[in-house]
Write a protein that binds this ligand. Structure first.
Ligand SMILES: Nc1ncnc2c1ncn2[C@@H]1O[C@H](COP(=O)(O)OP(=O)(O)OP(=O)(O)O)[C@@H](O)[C@H]1O
Ligand SMILES: [Mg+2]
Length: 141
């Protein structure tokens, strides 16, 4: 298990590099590795931009997949579902955003609470269709 504190662009890069290495070592193919790395980048950039500080945890689940957890104690996300379900065009719009992460990963869960923070858990499977897709959104205003 790797835990990377995220505060700046160098930390984002570090998390992406570690994610790529772990994914390659655990048998994800190149396409899966790219999807995982892009997802780590999106979540880590969100931490830097909106929460200032947080962490990314990268965990291999043997013969299942790679799990990433992004968490922070930042401002939380008001109107979360507009970003997830409708792929709302974001203000910055430079990346794929949360809806992109949901699309690229095989499991996706997000919990956010105003002034408490945000936690995203996502998994990239090694084999297609081996788990149960879930899509849990928890929002505590
Ligand atoms: N960790 C976070 N803490 C607080 N707010 C967040 C966090 N992550 C995202 N948000 C809010 O949710 C919105 C949507 O995020 P999303 O990543 O989908 O798009 P974006 O960051 O605006 O643009 P981009 O397409 O460049 O990622 C953000 O504009 C921001 O207001
Ligand atoms: Mg973003």
């Amino acid at each position: 298990m790797f835990r990377i504190v995220i505060e700046n662009e160098d930390d984002v890069y570090m998390a992406c590099s570690i994610g790529k290495k772990v994914a390659a070592e655990h048998g994800l193919n190149k396409t899966q590795q790219t999807k995982l790395v892009v997802s780590i980048m999106e979540l880590a950039r969100n931490i830097v931009f909106y929460a200032k500080r947080g962490e990314i945890i990268i965990n291999d689940i043997p013969s299942y997949g790679i799990e990433i957890i992004a968490k922070d104690q930042g401002p939380g996300i008001p109107n979360l579902d507009q970003y997830i379900d409708h792929a709302f065009p974001s203000k910055k719009g430079l990346g794929l955003g949360l809806s992109g992460v949901k699309r690229l990963m095989d499991e996706f869960e997000i919990t956010t609470a105003i002034n408490m923070g945000t936690r995203v858990r996502a998994v990239k499977w090694i084999k297609e269709g081996q788990g149960k897709h879930n899509d849990n959104i928890t929002y505590r205003p």
